[in-house]
Design a protein around this ligand. Structure first.
Ligand code: 8OZ
Length: 373
């Protein structure tokens, strides 16, 4: 057990969301939804098992079919999806937890078979990503995207509004705008993927416009204290996407603009998503973080020591753990009590129904009992 005293296990309020502790469950894509994007009873069980997290950020959830880039990921655009999520939020609340929905549009990182009428995925510009995505027919190269027309943007913003309203009807405690990991909003932000010449392309003010307009629209639904945002200034994921050419300026500008919304929190992927915490030369994530005037959730490859240290330095208000929550439904008490963590194999991450999903036991003290002499 760590000797350091820490307030990581004490309550904290992020905006209007009151958390029992500062340990957050990061959004984790697990690909267990039905083909029509409806979450199942397995989801309710899985999230309720993890309700001792101060806050659960539910897995990235497609705002529309157009926003879908991976088979078996859930959505929030149909009544059946809303009803499925309502069972999840009821189960989490009954277990004493809090849960927000992460609103997701993959942009170019999709395959025609996942898109409405088999059409091309949409992106800021017609630049193809590298890599393969999970489709109903297995892994396939992502498809060539088409550039969104300027007059399609108001409809896209309305898609976010509808998903935000649906999240409310589904009983969530708030929403997180997914503007990270080189999905649609991050594709607009980075000059490597945005070559537009309209008011959504070119200078930083233009490339960050869509994220700001969507945050504003979603705040209109939820109020500022129940909306968070996730950014990842340096990750190459998804699609081996090159970084913006001036990330400190670009994300710095965006973060300063976000201050006017008084959001519940800013959530950063520190380094390469699900990878190294190393940062490219010239990147100072703490300096970016310091531009934000509200609560900050740190994420990526944290262990307890790093969480305690970063909290003690005042660098984080809460810490989001991702992969450790897969095999440790009771992660909070394991961290608090210095108990060993179980390790999930990669094969359990995506798909496979209940196996490797809801079958991870809580810590069993008896299993550690010393063998009789
Ligand atoms: C892993 C696999 C598929 C999607 C992200 C939503 O990185 C994801 C994701 C992660 O934000």
């Amino acid at each position: 057990m760590t000797e350091t005293t820490t307030d990581l296990f004490e309550p904290v309020t992020l905006g209007d969301i009151a958390l029992a502790n500062r340990i957050v469950m990061a959004p984790l894509t697990r690909a267990r939804a039905c083909e029509d994007g409806v979450p199942t009873d397995l989801h309710a069980t899985y999230y309720a098992q993890r309700a001792s997290a101060g806050l659960i950020i539910a897995e990235a959830t497609n705002i529309t079919q157009q926003g879908r880039g991976y088979a078996l990921t859930p959505g929030l655009w149909t009544e059946e999806q809303v009803a499925g999520w309502k069972k999840v939020t009821d189960a989490v609340h009954a277990a004493g937890g809090k849960i927000v929905s992460q609103l997701w549009h993959v942009g170019r990182f999709s395959h025609v078979s996942l898109q409405p009428d088999g059409k091309a995925p949409v992106a800021p510009s017609a630049i193809k990503a590298e890599g393969k995505t999970f489709t109903v027919d297995g892994m396939q190269d992502v498809s060539e995207p088409r550039a969104l027309e300027t007059d399609e943007i108001p409809g896209l913003i309305q898609d976010y509004v509808r998903a935000a309203e649906n999240a409310k009807r589904a009983g969530f405690d708030g929403v997180e705008v997914h503007s990270a990991n080189s999905y649609l909003l991050d594709q607009f932000i980075r000059d490597s993927t945005n070559k537009r010449t309209d008011q959504y392309g070119g200078p930083i003010e233009n490339r960050t416009r869509l994220t700001q307009e969507i945050v504003e629209a979603v705040v209109g639904v939820w109020g500022s204290g129940r909306v968070g945002i996730r950014l990842s200034p340096t990750t190459p994921d998804a699609g081996n996407t090159p970084m913006d050419s001036t990330p400190m300026e670009t994300y710095g500008y965006l973060i300063k603009q976000l201050n006017r919304f008084n959001l519940a929190y800013l959530h950063f992927v520190e380094g390469a998503t699900a990878g190294s915490r190393d940062l490219p030369e010239g990147i100072d994530l703490d300096a970016l973080r310091d531009l934000f005037e509200g609560p900050y959730i740190g994420n990526n490859g944290y262990d307890l020591n790093l969480a305690v240290e970063r909290r003690a330095e005042g660098r984080v208000d809460a810490v989001a753990f991702g992969r450790p929550f897969i095999a440790n439904p009771d992660l909070v008490s394991r961290l608090q009590n210095g108990q060993p963590l179980a390790e999930a194999e990669r094969e359990t991450y995506y798909g496979n129904g209940a196996v490797g999903y809801i079958d991870w036991p809580e810590f069993d003290r008896d299993s550690l009992a010393p063998a009789p002499a």
